[in-house]
Design a protein. Structure first.
Length: 527
């Protein structure tokens, strides 16, 4: 097996994603553009999206890292709008896009058109999360978009299977499709509920952080594989498990959390970068397979389907946002009042991604070549169109709509009050412990514990106070900076002593790790 193309893909996409951080262009767009350009460079290997790799190997970890970063409580609070988008909108888009494609493309059977509708219906989890992080959307909108993108793949994949069965003459019916969807959804959620507690128990009872993080890397594949093996939704199983583990992450050992955060950041960065680069690299393969549909007619079909996809989201989002409030007093009482600005952003934030392409590549050869090739082409153009048009214009749209910014003063005050309550509890616990003769400490060490606690309590309050007129720093910022300078001086001495052979490398690593943990703590407090 030649691993060089894979290494080139990972290295190249990581380099482009890193460069994107120095530009105002969102990384997904730059990666797609780079993939499009590189795909026509002579000698570049052919990267075909294999659905047998993308769906079971790339989708679970991407869903897992996105779900663990999400808030279970926030998602539960926004469950109704999330369900309307992840289930209702996906089914609505499947029918609308399918029917429109059937009318627009001469000779395209309705069943094959519905396959196209199901393929392009779900906005992409990776794209939605990446753009939400970059543009700083209000928390409620971000929660709704993240929740939608976590759950909508399950709806789309089930709708795709039903439509595909009808298109290839497998005898699928809509009643059977509804039954299959219900079983897949209930089964996926059920398997997630069954797996989450044992997996969490394992995470909290393994004593080695390396073992715990190895388990963490395996969890999304285990959940997905078990659910798919039972003909249930692997997507829902992964999301349920990830939300539970993320909600209970505080129960895991601190060393595991530190390692896990670094590991999953790296995994997410590599996979997201490679996924968007792969999208651009599909252009030659898609054009090669276009066949009878080409030229101006193919371009017209692509533009028309893209417009239908965009308009259909507006047609669904605005009524789904405001009608329930008009019809239900209970919803008006329990939920905050949505705004037309929020509905506008939710409607426009409908980027499609690699899952749609992977599903399109999975269409079996039992479907006639003409419709199959056209579906692949229209999926590709819709994905590229939404990423470029909506991805580029979403940040300026948000700035134009002038969403109220976050109240940093109120957030800092809430943080300070929370820290004050926690510090009082810790101080009371310390007094109880020190009153026991088994915990006797020399006064300097006991005072040091209290000083650390007091600095942690005062640090947040100081962010509300005056800053240094020369440097613009708060007192706590200056304290952290000087502390890190002192750590840097210690580190240089340790290295010098190692070079002089006064200490060996093993001792150097132990001393440096101690300093690294102290510096990491200072950095995390500052950010």
């Amino acid at each position: 097996m030649d691993v060089m193309p894979l290494l080139l893909l990972v290295a190249g996409s990581a380099a482009v994603a890193a460069a994107a951080r120095r530009t105002p262009v969102p990384a997904p767009l730059l990666l797609v553009a780079a993939g499009l350009v590189v795909s026509y460079i002579p000698g570049v290997p052919s990267y075909t999206l294999d659905p047998h790799i993308v769906l079971p190997l790339l989708l679970p970890p991407l869903l897992y890292t996105s779900a663990t970063d999400s808030s279970y409580l926030d998602l539960r609070a926004q469950l109704r709008p999330v369900a309307l988008l992840s289930v209702g909108y996906v089914l609505f888009a499947t029918v609308v896009v399918g029917w429109a494609a059937h009318l627009l493309v001469p000779g395209l059977p309705l069943t094959a058109a519905l396959v196209l509708g199901a393929v392009v219906a779900p906005p992409d989890a990776v794209a939605a999360t990446a753009v939400a992080r970059r543009v700083g959307l209000p928390s409620r909108i971000t929660t709704i978009l993240q929740g939608e993108s976590l759950l909508n793949d399950a709806t789309a994949i089930t709708a795709y299977k039903v439509a595909l069965g009808a298109a290839v003459g497998a005898g699928a019916t809509w009643a059977g499709g509804i039954r299959e969807f219900a079983l897949a959804a209930i089964g996926g959620v059920g398997i997630g509920l069954v797996l989450m507690a044992p997996l969490h128990w394992l995470r909290t009872h393994l004593t080695e952080p390396l073992l715990q993080n190895t388990l963490s890397l395996l969890i999304p594949f285990v959940a997905y594989g078990v659910a798919e093996g039972a003909h249930a939704s692997g997507v829902l199983a992964v999301v349920v498990v990830a939300l539970y583990l993320g909600h209970r992450a505080w129960e895991v050992d601190f060393a595991t959390r530190l390692q896990e955060e670094a590991v999953w950041k790296m995994v997410a960065f590599v996979l997201e970068s490679a996924v968007f680069a792969l999208i651009g690299l599909q252009l030659p393969i898609v054009l090669k397979r276009l066949g009878e549909y080409e030229g101006a007619s193919a371009a017209w079909y692509a533009v028309a389907v893209f417009v239908v996809v965009v308009v259909a989201r507006f047609v669904w989002v605005y009524p789904a946002t405001f009608l329930p409030r008009l019809l239900s007093a209970r919803i008006r009482e329990r939920e905050e009042n949505p705004t037309w600005r929020g509905a506008m952003v939710t409607s426009w934030a409908g980027m499609r991604g690699v899952v749609s392409l992977a599903i399109a590549f999975a269409i079996p050869p039992t479907m006639p070549d003409g419709p199959r090739n056209l579906i692949l082409f229209l999926t590709f153009t819709t994905v590229i169109g939404t990423l470029v048009v909506q991805g580029v214009t979403l940040p300026p749209l948000i700035r134009l709509l002038r969403f109220p910014g976050r109240d940093r003063q109120a957030e800092t005050l809430a943080e300070a009050n929370a820290q004050a309550q926690a510090s009082r509890a810790a101080e009371a616990r310390l007094d109880d412990l020190l009153s026991d003769e088994r915990n006797t400490l020399p006064p300097p060490l006991a005072d040091r514990l209290r000083m650390v606690l007091e600095r942690r309590r005062n640090a947040v309050w100081e962010r509300l106070g005056q800053v240094n007129p020369v440097t613009g720093e708060s007192v706590d910022d200056t304290y952290r900076r000087l502390s890190r300078e002192m750590i840097s001086a210690e580190r240089e001495v340790f290295v010098k002593l190692r070079d002089l052979r006064y200490i060996d490398d093993e001792m150097l690593r132990a001393l440096l790790r101690r300093l690294d943990l102290e510096e990491a703590a200072a950095f995390r407090e500052a950010h």
